[in-house]
Design a protein around this ligand. Structure first.
Ligand SMILES: [Zn+2]
Length: 324
């Protein structure tokens, strides 16, 4: 498509792929430029900050996407020697799939039913087919951890080729995905300007790693918060993007502890607290959907107490994780 008419389509196929500008073979390629644009514009003065990072800290001017039809070989990281961030193309696909499935399941299983109950009608259609394809896509995301297989744009939800009728379940997740990537890139950026020189000086033996990780999460979220517009129009996307970005770290393992990182559930709780969510924020329900998928993936036997409000049910779920 070479014009902007797709923006107004309400029926029919939308195809975002343009071979002249989109590199890579996986459908996530159509969002790679958007990721960089969003990162560079994390907040109004971030471009200036980045220039200082390039010049004074040797932070690399490009993010290296590692293209290839392979399983997820690495989650995002920054190299200590050249201060370059590396992102596996397959990881990017994985992250979009996680964003789509969790958001879609939240809308279909929590949000729409609640709206319908309040309004006393079925204005928001609960669609078993959309639920099933979101669950299938979650299965596909997990499968990329073990082995690569093709993301079929004709049968699975994806950002490249989709029906205008279903665009909300593609374009909303696109927004959360680019915020999640922004959070990940900001986290690595903080490592570049705050920690790598210390690590390279080699005067400690891992003892500070957990502290560095906490600081990277915390400072990254502060950068994103600075980018919330005064009218708060992008606040929800930032909140949901950070929530999904951290949830995406769960599905690799049944445990949440790691030698160099704080426990994943602590990272999630700290982030949600730092974002000062209201009790009514959708992030609690989104986090519950994500944690419930993880608990079921590894048969952890955790129970989502659906009789509780989402914020309370989330706190309860976290205490069950702590008791594992
Ligand atoms: Zn880190």
């Amino acid at each position: 498509m070479n014009d902007w008419s797709w923006i107004f389509l309400s029926t029919g196929e939308i195809n975002q792929y343009n071979p002249d500008i989109h590199e890579g073979t996986q459908p996530i390629r159509v969002l790679n430029h958007m990721n960089m644009f969003m990162f560079q514009n994390t907040h109004p003065n971030f471009a200036k900050e980045l220039n200082i990072a390039f010049e004074e800290f040797g932070f690399a001017k490009t993010v290296n996407i590692v293209y290839g039809e392979t399983r997820i070989e690495n989650t995002p990281y920054i190299r200590n020697d050249n201060k370059t961030i590396y992102l596996d193309e397959t990881f990017l696909s994985y992250l979009w799939c996680i964003c789509h499935s969790i958001y879609t399941l939240y809308i279909q299983k929590i949000d729409y039913p609640r709206c319908n109950k309040i309004n006393g009608n079925e204005a928001y259609e609960i669609n078993p087919e959309i639920i099933e394809s979101a669950e299938d896509l979650f299965g596909y995301a997990k499968s990329l951890i073990a082995a690569y297989s093709k993301w079929d744009v004709d049968s699975m939800p994806n950002p490249e080729k989709y029906l205008a009728e279903r665009r909300d379940f593609i374009e909303q997740p696109n927004g959360f995905y680019t915020e999640a990537i922004k959070f990940i890139l900001c986290h690595e950026y903080i490592h570049a300007i705050r920690h790598i020189d210390e690590i390279n000086a080699g005067d400690d033996e891992c003892s500070h790693y957990k502290e560095f990780e906490r600081e990277a999460d915390n400072n990254a979220i502060e950068l994103l918060k600075k980018g919330i517009f005064p009218n708060k129009i992008n606040e929800l996307a930032v909140h949901i993007g950070v929530t999904l970005g951290i949830l995406s770290m769960f599905y690799f393992r049944p445990n949440t502890d790691a030698p160099r990182h704080p426990n994943t559930e602590d990272r999630l709780v700290d982030a949600l607290v730092q974002m000062e969510l209201t009790d009514e924020s959708p992030c609690w329900g989104i986090a519950l959907i994500g944690l419930d998928l993880w608990a079921k993936q590894f048969d952890l036997g955790l129970e989502w107490k659906t009789e509780l409000r989402e914020k309370e049910a989330f706190d309860d779920f976290i205490s069950q994780i702590k008791a594992l």
